[in-house]
Design a protein around this ligand. Structure first.
Ligand SMILES: Nc1ncnc2c1ncn2[C@@H]1O[C@H](COP(=O)(O)OP(=O)(O)OP(=O)(O)O)[C@@H](O)[C@H]1O
Ligand SMILES: [Mg+2]
Length: 254
């Protein structure tokens, strides 16, 4: 069963076709990869799904409901959250507060209740704090919760961004190059963690990465983009053996 469907998806920036006539489905519960050379249109696809860009043509369906051109906050409410290629955190807040503020996005009390601190509000606050601690624990950040986000090593900032995305209770998590800037050990650990998160939270993960070998180890299916067009899709083994993919990556005829 597919959770996300891209139908004839197209995005043009002036004369440039960043994404052209892409058809693709992401299976529910899968870890699905999106790979392709620089400028292939990978991030643009995430920006179209999350409503950051308006589509030029085509449709996006999430759980069989059309979400094409919905506002980003509406897409998040439906259950799609993401991380960014350029990390976005509250750099001057602590690691803990970064996650707690994200947990508050789904809080079920209003301003008045929070001002007079009703029992319902106090109870919710407690649950949100527990949730934040739990997410930090899962992401291996609990012992650094008091550190200012900006002072975290780069690889841990990326983990923190994932913790923030998880705080919004996604059904579909979009990760844009989550391993960028990490050393090879950190990269491998992160891929294990992504598989763990998928199981623990019963998620679907759609993940962009540059490193074919890295992403191949964790994905069940993948799509390869080149110059905005779908070049190939299938299991990692199918994609790896595809001569068009070899050519796009190595720039030589296979
Ligand atoms: N807002 C924009 N305005 C104009 N052109 C854009 C815009 N966003 C992306 N593009 C262009 O669309 C194409 C695809 O860009 P995109 O960022 O989606 O590629 P990518 O596959 O994510 O690349 P990378 O691996 O470098 O992150 C590029 O040519 C880029 O310059
Ligand atoms: Mg990109």
């Amino acid at each position: 069963m597919s959770v996300l469907r891209l139908v004839d998806l197209t995005k043009k920036f002036g004369g440039l076709t960043a994404v052209g006539n892409v058809d693709f489905s992401v299976e529910k519960g899968s870890i699905t990869g999106l790979i392709g050379p620089n400028g292939a249109g990978k991030t643009t696809i995430f920006n179209l799904i999350t409503g950051v860009y308006k589509v030029t043509n085509g449709e996006i369906l999430f759980e069989d409901e059309e979400i094409t051109n919905k506002q980003p906050y509406m897409v998040a409410e439906k259950g799609i959250t993401r991380t960014f290629q350029n990390i976005r955190l509250f750099k001057k807040l602590s690691v803990y507060d970064n996650v707690l503020t994200a947990c508050h996005e789904n809080a079920d009390y209003n301003l008045l209740e929070s001002l007079i601190r009703t029992p319902k509000c106090r109870n919710q606050e407690k649950l949100l704090k527990e949730k934040a601690e739990n997410l930090l624990d899962i992401m291996g950040l609990l012992d650094r919760k008091k550190i200012i986000a900006n002072n975290l090593p780069y690889g841990l900032q990326r983990r923190l961004e994932i913790a923030r995305a998880l705080a919004l209770n996604p059904k579909l998590l979009l990760l844009d190059e989550p391993a960028a800037g990490m050393n090879p050990d950190e990269e491998v650990q992160l891929m294990h963690l992504i598989a763990e998160i998928r199981d623990k939270f019963d998620l679907t993960v759609f993940i962009i990465d540059h490193h074919m070998d890295l992403i191949m180890g964790v994905c069940e299916r993948m799509m390869v983009l080149n110059f905005g067009c779908k070049l190939a899709e299938g299991t990692p083994q199918e994609v790896q053996g595809n001569p068009k993919v070899v050519e796009a990556y190595l720039g030589v005829e296979a």
